[in-house]
Ligand binder design. Structure first.
Ligand SMILES: *Cc1c(COP(=O)(O)O)cnc(C)c1O
Length: 356
């Protein structure tokens, strides 16, 4: 296996106040970099002090957006162990994103090993207050200095680490969501199933408009008919209708969330009915009118579970579960975070310990 060279920092960075971390604002002492060159493959795997990259203005990623990323977390358990949550899933998804953007595949086991080494080196940066974690951001960019539109022949795969605070400082508060009637996040045949940087750039305008209306996130509809629910913000979404938990089926325009998959497995283990199928906004609003819409929530690595308290769709506004967190949402949140932080037993074998 390829060796990873390590250059340790001689100027450790100042640690942020653990109670004011925010999300993705602070970075640890080190980062991982590996280069790709056509004909040579991935090479020069190294851990070096965190710092700026040097690139030419012609760098491919700056023009045509050949960039993909991942988001995952490392937790410190009460007994001092460092735990990752299903990290092999993130590695596999990063390679699927690579494939979609014509970026070469990498050795998933090797990069996971590099990630563990990096986390271990910066282990003192893992915050310990409830709800906090070390957020891990692997990403890949095309680095050719050529303006022709074509796949780059050189790349960098990097990993940076950021201590993050509780996503909701005041606890698990239900959020209000705007059903976006015009803009779409992804279309069939597009890049929606990949964690491609450009997907997020394209979502910002709708997000800004929703916030101006007083909503915190956008509910994305399908790109063809704008009738069927796909995702909420950068999260997957579930609706509890009459005790059945319904989430949009994946297709290729929905991001296959690891939290979504874990939620489905938990529901199954609890014998709670769940379905992956097409779900129209009309059906959701009708279920609410009939008193059958019990609860709704988004799910993803950053927030884990994010209850939805209000949905706005054109002139219509509905309040879900009196704006309170639903019973199953709360149970999922407690169980997921319990397993992730080692507080609860892990019957699924999801957690992976990073050992020095
Ligand atoms: C990352 C992401 C998710 C959630 O995926 P997880 O693996 O659960 O973190 C959902 N939707 C979008 C668009 C995303 O980018």
């Amino acid at each position: 296996m390829v060796k990873i060279t390590v250059v340790k920092t001689t100027a450790p960075r100042t640690r942020p106040d653990q109670n004011k971390l925010g999300f993705g604002r602070h970075f640890t002492d080190h980062m991982f970099i590996m280069d790709y060159t056509e004909g040579k493959g991935w090479h020069d795997a190294r851990i070096v002090p965190y710092g700026p990259l040097e690139m030419e203005p012609a760098c491919a990623v700056l023009h045509y957006g050949q960039a993909v990323f991942e988001g995952m977390k490392a937790y410190k358990s009460q007994d001092g162990r460092i735990l990752l949550f299903r990290p092999e899933q993130n590695m596999a998804r990063l390679n699927r994103s690579n494939a979609r953007l014509s970026i070469p595949q990498f050795d998933e086991e090797f990069v996971l090993e590099a990630l563990k080494q990096l986390v271990l080196l910066d282990r003192d940066w893992i915050p310990e207050a409830p709800g906090t974690a070390l957020y891990l951001r692997p990403f890949v960019i095309g680095t050719d200095n050529v303006l022709g539109v074509r796949a780059s022949s050189t790349y960098k795969l990097m990993i940076i680490l950021s201590p993050v605070g509780a996503y909701y400082e005041e606890g698990l508060n239900p959020v209000s969501i705007w059903v976006e009637p015009h803009y779409v996040r992804a279309v069939r045949g597009g890049t929606g199933y990949a964690k491609a940087a450009g997907n997020y750039a394209g979502s910002l305008l709708a997000q800004k408009n929703a916030q101006a209306k007083g909503y915190s996130q956008v509910l994305w509809l399908d790109g063809l008919e704008r009738k069927y629910v796909e995702e909420v913000g950068a999260m997957n979404v579930f609706f509890n209708i009459d005790g059945e938990l319904i989430t949009p089926d994946l297709g290729d325009s929905v991001l296959p969330g690891i939290t979504r998959d874990s939620v489905l497995q938990l529901l199954k283990s609890w014998n709670i009915p769940a379905a992956e199928r097409r779900l129209s906004v009309e059906e959701i609003f009708q279920a609410h009118a009939d008193g059958r819409l019990v609860e709704a929530f988004g799910c993803g690595t950053a927030a884990v579970i994010s209850p939805i308290g209000k949905l706005g769709w054109g002139e219509r506004d509905i309040v879900i579960n009196e704006g309170r967190i639903g019973e199953i949402s709360q149970r999922l949140y407690d169980t997921m975070t319990g397993i992730q932080t080692g507080r609860l037993e892990d019957p699924f074998g999801w957690t992976v310990e990073v050992e020095g």
